[in-house]
Write a protein of this length. Structure first.
Length: 289
């Protein structure tokens, strides 16, 4: 298993986590959804064991970094004890939180990837079924070319080849799938198979529903952009230009020297803010098929 932001090798972390299962049990109790997130992110591990791993990563990173900065201070003949403890604590806590919430990050990424490719995959599935192709062959046809959706269909095809019943495969896939829209599709197909109705009609209705939802997402995104654009205009254009001008004028009135670090700090702030803003807007943008 890959453990993000861990300074220790994964085998060492796994071994140490066996001795901190009590802390893991406590952390898992604070996150009731951790069990389902581990299943949906395909991390084969008990919640308390994963909580213990996150605790070990946080504590080990804190100790290692605090010790490194403290030794650097000793070599440079500076007292960096409190600085070392502070930096070690911040990075240790950040790595602990990152590992603990890592499954939810994977789930969100997977959900977005599934939703973005779901409608095109269903369209091909519908075309095959309406053409008289059996459901198994139709699912095989979409098991490549549609990103994460194809990965899920490929798993279902493998289980069907292993002899599992259609409805059992669909129910199992819906349990491990993080996308509610994909689960709805699987439920509709499973229900159609159970009652003996036309699967193609169910998929056709789902495509219409998903298309309307996608149009609604795009409209909401357009409405959200208006206030975010105003915030960007104020923080990245109006405030730096007028703020710096007003600062210079006020400082000149009171005959106060402006530190040289102010202007590089403003440039750094603008750079970080724009990177954050672009990343945030991109994360909010709905996929367009």
């Amino acid at each position: 298993m890959k453990i993000p932001f861990s300074l220790l090798p994964p085998p060492v972390v796994m071994e140490l986590s066996k001795h901190t299962l009590g802390f893991g049990e406590f952390l898992a109790s604070l996150r009731p959804g951790l069990k389902i997130e581990l299943i949906q992110s395909e991390i084969d591990m008990a919640p308390r064991r994963y909580g213990a791993i996150s605790f070990v990563v946080g504590v080990s990173n804190f100790l290692i970094l605090a010790l490194v900065f403290f030794l650097i201070g000793l070599l440079a003949k500076y007292d960096l004890l409190w600085f070392s403890l502070g930096v070690g604590f911040l990075i240790g806590f950040a790595s602990f939180a990152t590992v603990l919430f890592y499954p939810s990050i994977i789930v969100r990424r997977k959900t977005r990837a599934l939703d973005n490719n779901l409608i095109p995959a269903l369209r091909q599935l519908l075309i095959n079924i309406k053409s008289g192709v059996p459901l198994f062959n139709a699912m095989t046809s979409v098991s490549s070319g549609y990103g994460e959706v194809s990965v899920e269909f490929k798993k279902m095809v493998e289980r069907l080849n292993a002899g599992m019943a259609d409805t059992d495969v669909l129910n199992e896939a819906s349990m491990r799938n993080p996308s509610f829209r994909f689960r709805r599709v699987l439920w509709q197909i499973s229900n159609a198979l159970k009652v003996g109705s036309d699967v193609g009609n169910s998929i056709d209705r789902m495509i219409d529903d998903l298309t309307r939802e996608r149009i609604g997402d795009i409209q909401r995104y357009g409405q959200e952009l208006n206030p975010w654009i105003m915030i960007y205009m104020v923080m990245a254009i109006v405030l730096p230009s007028l703020g710096v001008t007003i600062l210079i004028i006020i400082m000149s009135f009171f005959n106060i020297f402006i530190p040289k670090i102010i202007f590089p700090a403003i440039v750094l702030f603008l750079l970080l803010f724009q990177l954050f803003f672009i990343s945030f807007v991109k994360s909010r943008r709905p996929g367009v098929d």
